[in-house]
Ligand binder design. Sequence first.
Ligand code: FAD
Length: 384
Amino acid sequence: MTRQAITLIGGGLVGALLAQQLAKRGFQVEIFEKRPDPRRVGFTGGRSINLALAERGLQALRTAGLAEDVLQRAVMMRGRMVHPLGGTSGLQRYGVDDSEVIWSVSRGGLNMLLLDAAEAAGVKMHFGQSLVAADLHSKRIVLADENGTLHQHDAPALIGADGAGSALRAAMDDYQSLGIRVESLGHGYKELEIPPGTGSERFAIEPHALHIWPRGGYMCIALPNTEGSFTVTLFLPAHGPHPSFDTLTDAAAAASFFRQDFPDLLPLIPRFAEDYDSHPVGTLSTLYLDRWHVDGRALLIGDAAHAIVPFHGQGMNCGFEDTVVLANLLAEAGRDTGDAFAEFQRIRQPNANAIAAMALENYIEMRDSVADPHYLAKRELGAR
Ligand code: FAD
C-alpha cells in the first residue's frame, strides 16, 4: 500500500533509521541531508567517533531487521573498566553474563549502513541540501545546495531529524512557540586516540570494556573500535580554575596535567600533542521543548527534540526507540498525521525527560562514585 509523502530533514543516525522504517511501511519518503553522501566522500561526523549501543537502540534495530548487520561491526563491552589514580584497575560488569552488555559502534559506519538500508527500502535521498527556511503556512521549504543555490520544495508533512542545532526547530518556533530551553552543562569534551596495539595484541588495553578514569570533577573514558584503536574522550569543566579547558590551552599544558592525573593513560596516546591541538572542544547541553510538533505539519525527533548529555550513552539509543514508535503510529489505520504527532509526543516526552535527568546524574556517578569504596561495597551486595 502506498501511503502519504513524508519529507525528512537530516539523514544522520535517527533520520536514516526512521526513513527506512517509514518506507518499509509504505510511505513515500524523501530525505534532505546537509552533508555530502558519506558513502561517496567519506564520513565527516564532527563528534564522537564511536558510540555505545544499548538494548534500547538494539531493539529498534531488530524491528528494522538490521541488528545482526550492526552487531557484526561492533565491539562488545561487558562493563566498566575503572582505572583509579594510583590504584588497581577493575571491571564492574553490567550484568551477570554476556546477555547484559553494551556495544561500541562507529558513528560513520553505522550511519552509512542505515543510509544503505533506507535506500534499499525505497527512500529518495538528496545530499548536500541544507534546510534554510520552512514556511509552515504554505507547507513549503527552502533548501540550499553546496553552491548556495536555493530551491523550494512542497512538504505537507515534515519531520526534523536534523540534530541538536535543528533548523526546522527554529522555523517551527517562529510559526508557533515551542517553549525551547537549553541548559548548558558547563563542561566540554575533547577526543584523543589510543592506536591499535603492536605485535600480537590488536588492542593496547582490554577491548571488551568501556574504560573510565574517574577523577572527581572530571574524567576520561575510552571505547574500543573494531580495528584495535580506542577513542578517548576527556570531559572537563569548560571554564574556571585549573583544570578546565580555559587553563589547558595547549598540548604542553594538557600533557603535564595528564602526567599527574592520568599517568597510565598518557603513554597509550602517542599522538597526544597532535590530537590535543587539532581536535576542537565540544560543548554539552540538554535541550527541553514544551512542544515537539506543529499540528500535522511538522514534528521533531531524536536530538532535534531532546538532545541530552552523553553520560548514559543514550541519545542515539533513545532516538532509535523514537523511530519505532513514530513509524507505528503513522502507519496505524485511521490515524491522521496531526493525531500521530501528538500521540508520539505524549508517549515519548516523559521518557526523553527521564533519560535526560539520568544522563546528568550519571556524569557524577562516572567521574566520581565508581571509584568510591562505599559505592563498590554496595555494588558487591547487589544494590546497584
Ligand atoms: P545527528 O546525529 O546530529 O544527525 C543530524 C543530521 O542532520 C546530520 O546528518 C546533519 O548533517 C543533518 N542536518 C543538520 N542540519 C541540517 C539542515 N539544516 N538541513 C539538512 N540536514 C541537516 N548516544 C548514544 O546513544 N550512545 C553514546 O555512546 C553516545 N555518545 C555520545 C558522545 C558524544 C561526545 C556526543 C556529543 C553525543 C553522544 N551520543 C551518544 C548522542 C548521539 O550522538 C545523538 O543522540 C545522535 O547522534 C542523535 O542522532 P540524530 O540523527 O538525532 O542527530
